[in-house]
Design a protein around this ligand. Structure first.
Ligand SMILES: NC(=O)CC[C@H](N)C(=O)O
Length: 271
């Protein structure tokens, strides 16, 4: 058997999904360590020992200034070099919910290694901002995959997962940039109706609760063009077991939850 990949689950003050996220990777055969951002800042080069970097969900720095902004500023500052090395290597980066907000606000997504480190005057063309309903929203959604080349999404065509966020709406400065994202397969997942047989990227925003936050083009997740970085608003670590689904008895679900596949795909990449 090959050596299990080492996962750094990076937490900050206010992160609250790190334990279950580390558990998800471990269940799939990885060896994960939860590391506090302040510890990593003391010795940034310790990140070099890991093959997977995961930014979990939560409320880092209390969502002050904007969800993910303060965490992102550390990645852009003292950690810029080690993050650059990580992105350039054949390694994986996953950001879940607050972690996705961090990746986007730091500029790690959607550009990945190609756009790192961000230039001080670089325009930000996309962000995650307040849900159109203005509320913290927690429910289950249906998602379709548009970037099957992304390592985490291998063999997943559609998936049902829970969301729980206040600032989950993707907003873009200019609709024309969506074409570029499409060409580079950076649009990883979109919200869609349950039972849809295919996922279509469309300008029309699907109504709540299908699109729970009003995201442009119903986008729920972004990939970099290498397919080794994924950021998603839904929480795959909250659906590791069938019994976590609110209708598991009525639907007769058993065994593993659909979210497990994302973590397994990441671990299998290093076999
Ligand atoms: N579940 C989460 O990671 C929440 C992210 C962030 N705190 C928000 O509400 O938007």
């Amino acid at each position: 058997m090959s050596t299990p990949p080492k996962v750094c689950v990076l937490r900050a003050p206010g992160t609250n999904c790190d334990i279950e996220t580390a558990h998800a990777f471990d269940l799939c055969g990885a060896e994960s360590t939860r590391i506090h951002l302040l510890k990593l800042l003391e010795n940034p080069s310790q990140l070099d020992e890991y093959q997977i970097l995961c930014l979990p969900g939560g409320f880092s720095y209390g969502d002050d200034v904007g969800a993910g902004v303060i965490f992102a500023s550390h990645l852009q500052g003292q950690l810029a070099d080690v993050i650059g090395n990580f992105l350039a290597a054949d390694k994986l980066v996953l950001g879940i919910c607050n972690g996705f907000q961090v990746l986007l606000k730091a500029g790690i997504l959607p550009g990945g290694a190609a756009d790192w480190p961000p230039k001080p005057d670089q325009d930000r063309n996309a962000t995650l901002t307040w849900n159109t309903n203005g509320k913290y929203t927690s429910l289950w959604v249906n998602l379709g995959v548009l970037a099957p080349q992304n390592v985490f999404l291998k063999d997943i065509d559609q998936i049902e997962l829970p969301i729980a966020h206040a600032e989950g709406r993707i907003a873009v400065s200019d609709d024309s940039m969506i074409t570029g994202w499409q060409e580079n397969q950076q649009i990883a997942m979109c919200y869609r109706e349950a039972g849809d047989s295919e996922t279509v990227l469309q300008e029309d925003i699907l109504p709540y609760p299908v699109n729970p936050n009003g995201s442009a083009y119903n986008i729920a997740a972004l990939s970099d063009s290498s397919g080794r970085v994924l950021g998603l608003m839904p929480h795959p670590e909250r659906f590791l077991f069938a019994t976590q689904h609110p209708q598991w008895t009525r639907l007769g679900l058993e065994g593993e939850g659909a979210g497990m596949q994302l973590f397994r795909n990441a671990v299998n990449y290093f076999e």
